[in-house]
Design a protein around this ligand. Structure first.
Ligand SMILES: [Fe+2]
Length: 262
């Protein structure tokens, strides 16, 4: 399984805070940077170690997986936006709006104000047979991840623009049933009026699949290393069981006796 070192977890947290400081500024009528820092300070202990999913088969189901995923989606979103831009469509949102939506599309995975969304799976059977490393916290009021993200941002008084809302609301694409009326409409007036949702969905998909592949590769490397170590252990045992010189002499004598010229 993929794992992050303590230093990588600290580095990722610092990168996230730097991204906030570099992207958002307070204005006379909107202290968004200050409010964001308040929210991130509040959640630092829990958010910095939160996983991005609960199952090994999904992505980043590990300590620090959430922050790594959010940074990954933000990076992919900026790269994909450039790809779109170079192919000619209208980009009617700012990089700040794109970063805000990317950073908060999975915010609900941190949990509510007091409790984590994911807690360690304590059933050995589920860990082994279902690959469930974490499970959903049963004490939390049910909300979709996106609804909880919006609830938390609202709680900390963090406002968002229309495109930020549309972006983070629709990042899951058609994987979320509730998004259907936004993506599939037969009324042209209701079609999405910004490409921000498509770009964020592509970024989230890309980051998620890459993280899933990294997990599989880490597993393969672990298994290869394990079989190499086992082979080495068997080889060294076999070597220690090599016939002693004395035994070799005995074998030679027997050979000579049976097949030697007499
Ligand atoms: Fe995501």
């Amino acid at each position: 399984m993929k794992q992050l070192s303590e230093q990588q977890i600290i580095d990722n947290w610092n990168k996230l805070i730097k991204l906030i400081d570099d992207t958002f500024v307070d204005t006379d009528d909107n202290e968004r940077h200050t409010k964001l820092r308040e929210m991130y300070d509040y959640f630092e202990d829990r958010m910095s170690v939160a996983p991005a999913s609960g199952k090994a088969a999904y992505h980043n189901a590990m300590v620090g997986g959430y922050v790594e995923h959010v940074l990954h989606v933000t990076k992919c979103a900026l790269q994909i936006k450039e790809l779109w831009e170079s192919n000619g469509p209208e980009i009617n949102f700012t990089d700040e709006e794109l970063i805000f939506a990317a950073m908060h599309h999975d915010l609900g995975k941190v949990g509510d104000l007091n409790q984590d969304y994911y807690i360690p799976q304590d059933s050995e059977w589920h860990r082994k047979n279902r690959g469930e490393i974490y499970k959903h916290n049963p004490n939390l009021q049910y909300m979709s991840v996106t609804d909880r993200a919006i609830f938390l941002l609202n709680h900390f008084g963090i406002s968002m623009s229309q495109w930020e809302y549309i972006g983070l609301r629709l990042t899951d694409g058609m994987y979320e049933e509730a998004n259907k009326s936004y993506y599939l409409t037969y009324n042209p007036d209701w079609a999405l009026k910004s490409n921000i949702a498509y770009i964020l969905h592509q970024a989230d998909m890309m980051a998620t699949h890459i993280e899933g592949d990294e997990w599989k590769r880490a597993d393969e490397e672990y298994n290869t290393q394990l079989s190499t170590n086992m082979k080495k252990a068997v080889d060294s045992k076999t070597k220690t069981k090599q016939p002693s010189p004395k035994l070799s002499e005995k074998s030679q004598d027997l050979f000579d006796e049976l097949f030697g010229d007499k």
